[in-house]
Structure formats: structure tokens, C-alpha cells
Design a protein around this ligand. Structure first.
Ligand code: CP
Length: 307
């Protein structure tokens, strides 16, 4: 059981392994079919809604020759009638990998601790590592020599921001986090970003002023302000409004800067229609790239990568 590799968080892979996965994703983007999962089944446990993650994992497993098995959490007995640990042990007897989207990071960690097959975090309240790998892959498509460049994340200091900062640090990309007071990364996640930045010799820093934050950046990145399951909060929306990526903010950025969003987007809130549909937006490339990167990740974790 000890040599099973999981992807609970970005740093479950080394910087070198992230490089291998991203390079393989580029190959899979050119040649999508590969029989590395032939005869294998991948369980997809989702406790929250999803468009990109669910569909890209399902299609990706199929394109690699395997079978995706979607399991809405309510259809399982996990937590209601049996422990997460027992669910992990049972599923490990049937399937070759488990992808899980849930609320608490601890649930993913507990599942992985008892599973004898790879467990992949498809989003928790704390982390979104599959999204973060894809974000770096997309950034590298825009800037083939990304080292030393900066992605500026604007908005809520959430799971996407935290994983992006760690993935950036591990791939040589500086990350500026521009969040309003009260909506910074949680202290433990901030500490993790600083540790990664120091280890890899890059900068992850905070800049309160959104105009200063976008100056010199190669990408402006945002995410929804009210995450899944959160109630609409006028105080939060009001604090975040100056951080919206619209045409006026884009004028402060370099002419070469691209715009990123992990989607789903609330058009007219964190991003304007004109920016999202504009020439500098790469948001739909980002969405597509979830497919290629997750396939490379599956191939790597299941020991079938071509690296
Ligand atoms: N970005 C992302 O994870 O999208 P979904 O919520 O649609 O999976």
C-alpha cells in the first residue's frame, strides 16, 4: 500500500514530477487516445456539482481506454452508514483509482490513508490541485518560458488561489495575490505558499491595491466571489468589487497579459463580459486543458506515463 501515489494536494508531486505530468499533457493534447487505462475503472465521487471536473475526468478516462464510474455521494453509504475508511477499503477492491470532490480536505486525506489505489482531489474547500496544474499548463501555453513571469490572482483568497500559488511556486512562476482585507488566504495556506516560494526561489506575495497588483503581470486570474455552498453576502461582494477584472483594470496591465478564470464565471461580477469574451481571455483553453492535464495525471499516478 505504501507505494501508492495520491494527489490530495499539489505538493504530493515533486516539482520534477509536475514537469513530467505537464509535458505529458502536451503530448496528450496532440494525441488524445492512449490505451493506458485499458480494463481499468476510475470511481468519481462527487458531493458537489461540477461541469468541467466531472466531464473532463469522465471523458479523459474513456479516452485512455478505461471506464469512469460516477458516484454521487448521496448514492453511496459513505459517512451515512459506514466510515470513509471502510469505503476506501471496499472501493479499492473494485476500482483502480478514486477521484473525489467534497467539502473537507480531511475527508480526502482520510480516504487516501485507507485506499490502496490512487486518490485524486477534485476540489475541497481548501484546495483545487487539478485546477492549479491546468492553470500552469495554460499559462505555459501562452508563455513557453514562464519562469520569472507573474500571475496576479484577484478576488477571494479561496481554494483556487491557494493551490494556484503553490503550483506557481513549484513551477517557477511568481504569484501575486490581490485580495481585500478579510478575504486573504487562511493563515495555514498562506504559510504553505511561503514555504513553497522559498523552496523554489520564486515570489508569492500579497498586494492590496488591484491596480498595482496587475502592473507587470503576465496573467490576471479570478474566480467566483461566492463559492459553492456559500450564501450570498453583500458585505463580501462590496469588498470584492474593486478586484473585478474589467476593461478599466485591464488598462493597468501589460499589453501582453492574458486573462484567466477557472469557471464557472459570474459574468458582470468578478469578470466583465467584454473581458471574458475578449481577445486576451484564455478561459476556454483553461477549461479544455483540464482534460489533457488530468489524463496525464491519471497516467502518471497509475504508473503508465510515457515519461
Ligand atoms: N473549475 C471547476 O472545477 O469547474 P467545475 O466546478 O465545473 O468542475
Amino acid at each position: 500500500m505504501s507505494d501508492v501515489r495520491h494527489f490530495r494536494k499539489v505538493s504530493d508531486l515533486s516539482a520534477k514530477e509536475i514537469r513530467l505530468v505537464l509535458d505529458d499533457a502536451a503530448r496528450l493534447k496532440l494525441e488524445p487516445r492512449r490505451d493506458v487505462l485499458a480494463g481499468k475503472t476510475v470511481a468519481l465521487i462527487f458531493s458537489k456539482p461540477s461541469t468541467r471536473t466531472r466531464v473532463s475526468f469522465s471523458v479523459g478516462v474513456y479516452q485512455l481506454g478505461g471506464m469512469p464510474l460516477f458516484l454521487g455521494e448521496k448514492e453511496l453509504q459513505m459517512r451515512s452508514s459506514e466510515t470513509i475508511e471502510d469505503t476506501a477499503r471496499v472501493l479499492s477492491r473494485y476500482v483502480d483509482a478514486i477521484v473525489i470532490r467534497t467539502f473537507a480536505q480531511q475527508d480526502v486525506d482520510d480516504l487516501a490513508a485507507s485506499a490502496s489505489v490512487p486518490v485524486i482531489n477534485a476540489l475541497t474547500d481548501e484546495r483545487h490541485p487539478c485546477q492549479a496544474l491546468t492553470d500552469i499548463f495554460t499559462f505555459e501555453e501562452c508563455f513557453p518560458d514562464p519562469r520569472g513571469r507573474t500571475i496576479t490572482y484577484l478576488g477571494d483568497g479561496n481554494n483556487v488561489a491557494a493551490s494556484l500559488a503553490i503550483a506557481g511556486a513549484m513551477t517557477g512562476v511568481n504569484v501575486c495575490l490581490s485580495t481585500p482585507e478579510g478575504y486573504d488566504l487562511p493563515a495555514d495556506m498562506w504559510a504553505e505558499t511561503q514555504k513553497a516560494a522559498t523552496a523554489h526561489g520564486v515570489r508569492v506575495w500579497q498586494e492590496r491595491d488591484p491596480h498595482t497588483a496587475v502592473t507587470g503581470a503576465s496573467a490576471l486570474y479570478t474566480d467566483v466571489w461566492i463559492s459553492m455552498g456559500q450564501a450570498e453576502d453583500e458585505e463580501k461582494l462590496s469588498a470584492l468589487r474593486p478586484y473585478a477584472i474589467d476593461e478599466r483594470l485591464l488598462e493597468f496591465a501589460s499589453p501582453h497579459a492574458v486573462v484567466m478564470h477557472c469557471l464557472p464565471a459570474h459574468r458582470g461580477m468578478e469578470i466583465s463580459d467584454a473581458v471574458m469574451d475578449g481577445a486576451r481571455s484564455v478561459v476556454f483553453d483553461q477549461a479544455e486543458n483540464r482534460l489533457h492535464v488530468q489524463k496525464a495525471l491519471l497516467a502518471f499516478l497509475l504508473g503508465a506515463d510515457e515519461c
